[in-house]
Design a protein around this ligand. Structure first.
Ligand SMILES: [Fe+2]
Length: 317
């Protein structure tokens, strides 16, 4: 399984920039229409990660550094009072440069000092196996390219802005870091089908998770949201409680559901769609509770029960 593209005609149409997927792909068992549509679209120049020099330094062009600056400035307007405090605290610790793409060694120095993690420079696409192995070894994969200006509002692949700004602040938090490590270890030993179920756990937590019981104080911890200005606003724009009937169109207001591991494992998602559902944990330490639960037992249960009806339109639906 490769790092799947984050194709998104719907997302693009509403201006969301959900560069969320790392390797996890979509629930293609339900709908792969987005990928097939892409086949008939003109091919864009693929993104290629930069290679570090002999000192581990990666050289970026002025345009690439300018892209970083523009993205960071734009996102900085959105995250106060929307990102969870631990994320903001981690962001402060990282002290990201405003006008250039950070070097991974500088990120690593902070991660090592806080949770013992580090980053790993990887190509734009990596295998599922490599992804799990890196996480299991407390290394967070970072593709060392940044989107072009014409992809500023939307990109298919997770770029360095998504990985650094979306995820690295919370890698300074023990619960978030431990969750990623455990997830990697479980994934390494999982079957191909089990990995698809595990992917939903990652999706609805690390990528698109919300935290906080009370709606008024609810915050974002998912990196797929926090690297997207428009989704950062949209995700907390909740009004609907859990709905009995699936919704087949993206909603102006997403649905917030209390985190339930079995439900999460059974909830289909698409990477090419604005998220209609977010799962909410009580606080970040809930991630410790999740990793201490029988996740693989729940995966097996979810596999026997099957998936919920998708809350998005199926191909030709
Ligand atoms: Fe991600």
């Amino acid at each position: 399984m490769e790092r799947l593209p984050h194709t998104n005609s719907v997302n693009k149409a509403i201006g969301a920039n959900s560069v969320a997927c790392k390797t996890l792909g979509t629930d293609a068992s339900h709908d792969d229409s987005a990928h097939k549509k892409q086949d008939s679209m003109p091919k864009k120049q693929p993104y290629v990660s930069h290679q570090p020099d002999s000192h581990g330094h990666i050289h970026y062009s002025d345009d690439e550094n300018g892209m970083w600056q523009a993205l960071l400035e734009r996102q900085a307007e959105q995250i106060p009072n929307r990102a969870c405090p631990a994320y903001l605290d981690g962001l402060k610790k990282l002290n990201l440069p405003a006008t250039r793409i950070p070097q991974l060694q500088d990120i690593d120095a902070v991660l090592q000092a806080t949770t013992g993690w580090q980053t790993a420079a990887v190509p734009a696409l990596i295998s599922f196996g490599k992804f799990f192995k890196l996480l299991a070894n407390k290394s967070f994969p970072v593709a060392t390219f940044i989107r072009r200006f014409d992809d500023m509002d939307y990109i298919e692949e997770p770029d360095i802005f998504h990985e650094i700004v979306g995820h690295c602040p919370l890698l300074t938090h023990p619960a978030f870091a431990t969750f990623n490590e455990t997830y990697g270890k479980l994934g390494l030993n999982a079957t191909k089908e089990e990995r698809w179920f595990l992917a939903r756990l990652y999706w609805f937590t690390i990528e698109f998770g919300l935290v906080g019981q009370n709606q008024s104080s609810r915050r974002i911890y998912g990196g797929g949201i926090l690297s997207s200005p428009s989704e950062t606003v949209y995700a907390l724009n909740a009004g609907s409680e859990q709905q009995s009937e699936p919704q087949h169109q993206p909603q102006n207001q997403p649905e917030h559901r209390a985190f339930d591991l079995l439900d999460v494992l059974r909830t289909p998602y698409r990477i090419d769609h604005i998220q209609p559902i977010y799962y909410v944990i009580d606080d970040l330490d809930t991630l410790f509770d999740i990793v201490n639960s029988d996740i693989m037992g729940m995966v097996k249960q979810a596999m026997s029960l099957g998936l919920f009806e998708p809350s998005y339109a199926l191909k030709n639906a």
